[in-house]
Design a protein around this ligand. Structure first.
Ligand code: ASP
Ligand code: MG
Length: 412
């Protein structure tokens, strides 16, 4: 029988009633003839509570015990979901990660899945079991210890199961009804997309549209797993949600699919550095070692052998960046006149696979911002994305203006 993966996030299993509601959806798919693998998150808020308990008990905790504690929320919902299905006369049982087994690396609290052998679960399907309820977010290391996959990791569990079992689709049930052209809290004209390409989703997710864990989208793209994001609070329908799929399946031909933003960006400028080979490595090496996530970079043209270097990073990493650069200066590796940090900027991006074949997107974006009197501080482009840094106070205005300019409220 064909296999379907259904993943329920924390809000979809937050209470016994909601677990019942989710189980009914599983029952509908079983009735259609699917063998279903259900991946569950912990009840909403539970993982945060567990993390808090670990920190309170042991600030410099043993990461293996952190994982032992923090993975437990999913065990509870997996068992409860299996019991609920059994009450509905659907043959089901729960599996913890190590029982499957979900084999991961031993990087505790951010482990990667290496292999999911399907044999155990397939054998049970062969014996008449219809639903395997698997605790998301967790696995087992080569040393036999429990691991977790990083926050939001149950999305990745779901995609990895869909790939390993060659599932027809991976449905991700959450508390939003799909992926939007922009944040509906910022533009009331935001429209739900029927389809979005993996690459676009990656840009939107990493830009702060946190519907799916980024790694889950990367995995889905690699294994061409069809992903559907939908709400567990809406009536079931075949056209519900947004399909995240290969770009070949998308017929729409619009240059921009969405406007993303990232609120907490900072712009840092090193004034008057030597323009010599190796200078960029001398600056960005120490920043990367200090764990600073540098995003955009611009180097200005040099005058008399001196130049300026500007980069952006998250606001809460400014101090770390400053310390790393000062230390590099103290060691004599770099020499700069001044280090200026502007913490009041945000990043706005237009994203769309259509940009590959249509020109004029950048020009339209810049014209739109200029018509609103918004000054652009940094520009960066990729094949399917144009990003600008602007003053944070213009964030909402910029998102709305660009959404209007590219007519994203209209279906293509
Ligand atoms: N419960 C975990 C978390 O809150 C994993 C997940 O829900 O995806 O991060
Ligand atoms: Mg999540």
């Amino acid at each position: 029988m064909p296999v379907l993966v259904m993943k329920f996030g924390g809000t979809s299993v937050a209470t016994l009633d909601r677990i019942k509601r989710a189980a009914k959806r599983v029952g509908l798919e079983v009735a259609k003839g699917y063998d279903v693998i259900v991946i569950v998150s912990a009840m909403s808020g539970k993982t945060n509570e567990l993390v808090g308990w670990v920190n309170e008990t042991s600030p410099l905790y043993d990461a293996r015990e952190y994982d032992a504690v923090v993975s437990s929320g999913e065990n509870v919902t997996a068992g409860l979901m299996a019991l609920t299905l059994q009450e509905m006369d659907v043959p089901a049982r729960s599996w913890q990660g190590w029982q499957v087994p979900v084999k991961t690396t031993s990087a505790h609290s951010s482990a990667r899945i290496e292999e999911i052998p399907p044999a155990n679960i397939m054998r049970k399907f062969g014996e008449g079991m219809r639903v395997a309820v698997v605790a998301g977010f967790q696995g087992v290391s080569p040393e036999g210890r429990i691991t977790t996959l990083g926050r939001g990791g149950s999305d990745t569990t779901a995609v990895a199961f869909a790939a390993a079992f060659e599932a027809e689709r991976c449905d991700i049930y959450t508390d939003v009804d799909g992926v939007y052209t922009t944040d509906p809290r910022i533009s009331s004209k935001a429209r739900k997309l029927d389809k979005i390409a993996f690459e676009e989703m990656l840009e939107l997710a990493s830009l702060g549209a946190k519907v799916l864990q980024t790694r889950s989208v990367e995995l889905a793209m690699r294994y061409k797993v069809k992903l559907r994001v939908l709400s567990s609070f809406e009536e079931p329908s075949d056209s519900a949600g947004t399909l995240v799929c290969d770009e070949e399946e998308i017929m729409e031909n619009r240059p921009v699919s969405g406007i993303a933003y990232s609120r907490d960006e900072a712009k840092m400028t090193l004034v008057s550095i030597a323009d010599r080979p190796g200078i960029a490595a001398a600056i960005f090496g120490p920043l990367s070692e200090a764990g600073v996530n540098v995003d955009m970079i611009i180097q200005n043209i040099a005058e008399e052998g001196r130049t300026d270097m500007t980069f952006s990073c998250p606001t809460d990493q400014v101090l770390r960046a400053e310390n790393a650069l000062k230390a590099a200066r103290d060691r004599g590796e770099i020499n700069y006149g001044e280090l200026i940090a502007d913490k009041d900027v945000c990043k706005i991006s237009a994203v769309g696979i259509g940009m590959r074949s249509q020109s004029g997107v950048a020009a339209k974006m810049f014209k739109t911002l200029s018509d609103e009197g918004i000054n652009i501080k940094v520009i960066a482009t990729s094949e399917i994305k144009i990003s600008v840094l602007i003053d944070r106070k213009y964030m909402e205005l910029a998102v709305q203006a660009l959404h209007d300019a590219f007519e994203l409220e209209k279906a293509a």
